[in-house]
Design a protein around this ligand. Structure first.
Ligand SMILES: [Zn+2]
Length: 428
């Protein structure tokens, strides 16, 4: 399948923030084969798409989340993290069955695709169902079986993780990749984390962990081990291999130096951190050290949507307000965090940039909208003004998944019906 998109404005997200107007983009199979000035093409294409008045860019990469938590959206709001987890979320999660996770994930995927997300990252359980949903939907996914290192399920979690990685790594034409997912330093004691590291050595996949999300976590770890959560993970040796650390809200200067030294990637989740009252991550300081920072939504129970455009806008706004400085996290940086940098953070090399040889994970937006007029700065528009409803096309791995509001792989009505029924049942 060879597709030509004609006369489109492209934000490539290459390092120089290149914008090409009236460009042609060619997708050959799963890959982009040409991006540049219009040409008189002599070859035949299977499909030609008119890109006039449209903006084309890499799809968003959601660097941290728990997809099936869509089932708990608006079930537990306005609570601190520990109350939220212990009193509301964990009891409800205890009732989850495989099929619930499948439909909750499908609901998440449906929402994410409509918001221009082409890759999502997930840490949860019943991960075979998550992977099945991703495979069927056609979305790219970076998946980890979430692990709690205490209690009866600790061993089972490790076994399931191994099985999951062996079964799913590279499936769905390479769209599915895997990680190991120890939940957090306060739920996974050092001896358990060492077992995760042993497994990681055999499987050679990265680790995804929550880190320094709340002040409470830092105090608890400090009390028990006499060091910060970041220092604890360093001392255990977890950072010797690739790690994606979600949140990183409460970090000392020393912690940030450790993240830099070990090339730990960070998933910044501004919406979730604000809603749970966790704080504001020191993202400008992480970026000034050259640490890779991607963006994530976290689960829909703590956000409450999976809209990367909103996350990008929050990332661009909260640090300005927090630092009393309108120059921190400019629009270009926020857009990079939602695309190219998020892809790096979840260890995907061929995603996040519109260029030849990259995977064809791209979205198109309609620029003929009142809130996108006039067009002085298209990147500023994307970050400060655009809405998911402006998205006209989503392509993942060369396959069109959404076109003119219509999904090509998913039955929207059925997913909403199933998710609604199951969610009500879980909280009864
Ligand atoms: Zn999370």
């Amino acid at each position: 399948m060879k597709t030509l998109i004609r006369e489109v404005t492209v934000i490539t997200m290459q390092d120089n923030n290149e914008i090409i107007r009236d460009a042609d983009v060619v997708v050959d199979g799963q890959t982009i084969s040409y991006v540049g000035p219009q040409k008189l093409w002599e070859e035949n294409f299977d499909r030609v798409i008119n890109g006039q008045g449209k903006l084309l860019l890499p799809g968003f990469v959601n660097a941290h989340g728990h997809a099936a938590m869509t089932l708990f959206r608006s079930y537990a709001d306005d609570l601190p993290l520990m109350d939220w987890l212990q009193k509301r979320i964990w009891p409800a999660e205890g009732k989850l069955k495989r099929e619930d996770v499948y439909w909750g994930t499908m609901l998440a995927i449906l929402e994410m695709i409509k918001c221009g997300t082409t890759t999502f990252t997930d840490m949860y359980f019943f991960m075979d169902q998550v992977a099945e949903a991703a495979e069927e939907a056609g979305i790219r996914a970076v998946l980890a079986r979430g692990l709690i290192g205490v209690g009866e399920t600790a061993d089972k979690g490790l076994e399931e993780s191994e099985q999951f990685v062996k079964t799913w790594q590279g499936r769905g034409n390479g769209r599915i990749t895997t990680m190991l997912g120890p939940h957090a330093p306060y739920t996974c004691p050092p001896e358990f984390l060492r077992r995760v590291m042993l497994l990681q050595e055999t499987l050679a996949v990265p680790t995804h962990i929550h880190l320094a999300e709340t002040r409470d976590e830092v105090e608890r770890i400090n009390k028990e081990f006499g060091v910060s959560p970041t220092m604890l993970l360093k001392n255990i040796g977890l950072f010797e291999r690739p790690v994606l650390a979600a949140h990183c809200v409460h970090l000392s200067e020393e912690d940030m130096e450790i993240l830099k030294e070990y090339n730990v990637c960070v998933a910044h989740n501004p919406g979730s951190n604000l809603k749970l009252g966790s704080g504001i991550a020191p993202v400008p300081d992480l970026l000034s050290r050259g640490i890779t920072v991607g963006l994530g939504t976290d689960g829909a129970a703590s956000n409450n949507n999976l809209d990367m455009m909103e996350e990008m806008r929050l990332a661009a706004l909260i640090h300005k307000g927090n630092r009393l400085d309108p120059t921190v996290i400019p629009a270009r940086k926020a857009l990079a965090m939602a695309t190219r940098e998020s892809a790096k953070a979840v260890f995907l090399e061929k995603v996040g940039i519109v260029a030849p040889e990259m995977k064809a994970d791209i979205i198109m937006l309609d620029l003929q909208r009142p809130h996108l007029t006039p067009q002085h700065d298209l990147v500023a528009h994307l970050v400060y003004a655009a809405q998911p409803a402006d998205i006209t096309m989503v392509m993942i791995n060369g396959q069109i998944i959404l076109e003119k509001g219509q999904l090509t792989t998913l039955d929207e009505e059925k997913i909403i019906f199933q998710a609604q029924q199951r969610a009500l049942h879980l909280v009864q």
